[in-house]
Design a protein around this ligand. Sequence first.
Ligand SMILES: Cc1ncc(COP(=O)(O)O)c(C=O)c1O
Length: 410
Amino acid sequence: MSSVADPAPTSPADAVIDLERQYLLQNYSRYPIVLHRGKGCHVYDLQGNRYLDLIAGIGVNALGHAHPRIVKVVREQAALLIHSSNLYYHEFQGPLAQKLAEVSGLRRSFFTNSGTESMEGALKMIRAHGNRNGDGKHEIIALDNSFHGRTLGALSTTGQAKYRKDFEPLLPGVRFVPPNNVEALEAAFSENTAGIVLELIQGEGGVYPMSVEYALRARELADRFNALLLFDEIQCGVGRPGTYFAYQRVKPEILPDIMVAAKPLACGLPLGVIQANEKAAATIGPGMHGSTFGGNVLACRVALEFFDILEELLPAIQRVGGYFHLMLNELARKHGFVREVRGFGLMIGVEMDIPGKQMVLDAMSEGLLINCTHDTVLRFLPPYIITEREVDTAVKVLGKIFAKQKGAIA
Ligand SMILES: Cc1ncc(COP(=O)(O)O)c(C=O)c1O
């Protein structure tokens, strides 16, 4: 509770921040702005300051803010039926699952509310698969530097000590291997392996893509040892890489047994999915899994509308993403502290020799929202509707901030 000695908040934004300080778990270290509304690729804070949004709710607001078609279906559907539970059918889960089957190549869907919840269900599939196929087939291979979510199962496969350390012991039987190391992957597989989970582009880990060779080898080894291959496409999927899913960039073509997605699926409404082939789907029988909110009417309707728009956007994601990549590389050439520009489509990381935290704050004061992950990687996950002009604006601001950094170092 606030004490009598606390000064009264001086602005509506301060009042919001003050109230949160008093009543919320203090787990987030938020930036000191209060967002109020958005339009296209821009958001506005309570004071009316405008920001170009290159993080889009951490890769969620795929169509930016207040997209007219999304606003229209939300309005319509909210007035009809928002939620029904999974006790009954509603009109939109089936068509959405059909669409997901078409675009993913994996036939069956289970709807969830978040990324981590999708991971939990997928890990249960792996566990059930192992249990059906032999004593001791409990092991799951996961990658160092990965991120799969905050719930206990997902955390157990997350290969970063900083997220795990306070919650151990976690699930036993997870073997971590270094990413992109084929020999280590081969050595980790055995008859006890029930599944393997990986992000084809590690997101929180600093935007690190897996090589094609690595992805192909993971598929082969999973087949050889009758293990389920699970791709976490929560950050790197659903259009962001310029294809529907990151695994569709791999040639020759591969399919996982299970794929999990979430973030952009319903353009800001909570919706996740586990997408599985028949083999993986068969591990879950009646009563073995469920969710009260998962596949909610409103979220599914919005996701269907989104997929209707997404197909036409994929070429633009590739084009504008390529342009952004190019412009960042040009900037990198002028600034020695930039080590590498990585990523695909509209998932881009700029790795630097120096911490990025202050740059994120500097960008914010210049009207640009960006993010820094792994201390030294600036991460860009803009809305899919971003234009070359908006990229130019962003790169100009970044140039200014980078120049300031150079000055500070000299
Ligand atoms: C690759 C990946 N997996 C899982 C998650 C967890 O998703 P959520 O925060 O929706 O639970 C995230 C979130 O950033 C992610 O990037």
